[in-house]
Ligand binder design. Sequence first.
Ligand SMILES: [Zn+2]
Length: 274
Amino acid sequence: MSKEFSTITINGTRILPGENKTVVFSTHELPSQNLIETPAYVFRSEKKGPVVLLCAGMHGEELNGVEIIRQLLKHPAIAKPLCGTIIAIPVFNIVSFLFSQRDLPDGRDLNRCFPGSKSGSLGSRIAHDIMHNIVPVIDFGIDFHTGGARINNYPQLRCVFDDPRNLELAKLFAPPFIINSPYREGSLRMEASRLGKQILVFEAGESLRFNNTAINEGFTGCLRILKNLEMIKAQLPQSHTIVIGRDKWIRASEAGLFRTPKKFGSFFEKDELI
Ligand SMILES: [Zn+2]
């Protein structure tokens, strides 16, 4: 999985094997001339191994992923990987994060701006920086998202089943659900795949709300995948994963308020009243 083990360079900053560094991989100016600098936290072992990206905050109001990475950054095993490299980016899209909004101020969705360009819109420039400074140095990544406003997603990892490496990595993370999800034009996942890099998308909880189940599943899943790759040592709970090839939304046929006795994430049979 890993390339030749050597110096990693991100946006002109060299990070040697065994070094931990915080690097700015993207800088943009606000109309007030304030610079928005986006940091990446890099942790390298002296021993060869995979280069793993853990990133969140692509959409500025999706907070669970930011918290997952914040908690991972405090975990002692992350700062001293046994092999390979961990690159953690808690907030990809700082401008939208500042406004607690999904999209950028011009209405663009950053995750539809990839691969981006050096002279395009703000989203296009951020996407360009991610594609040029981060994606080339990684082997694979996990991009943390949540459901939308008032859409609470049960913790799930989205990947492309047609690519067996995607499914293999998702199983090492072992979330409650792994769901087949085709690539979307303009997304980080699709553009990274063109460079042979796997990006799995974790979705859990809803926007602007911390959800403990979502945060715990994302945090534990990350530690589990790193442990399964022998990058860290950790005691982790057993997990049970259901692999779903096709998913479907059930929409209410009538207007009104919805209340259900069913617990979030529970099973139901066909024709059962939910
Ligand atoms: Zn999102």
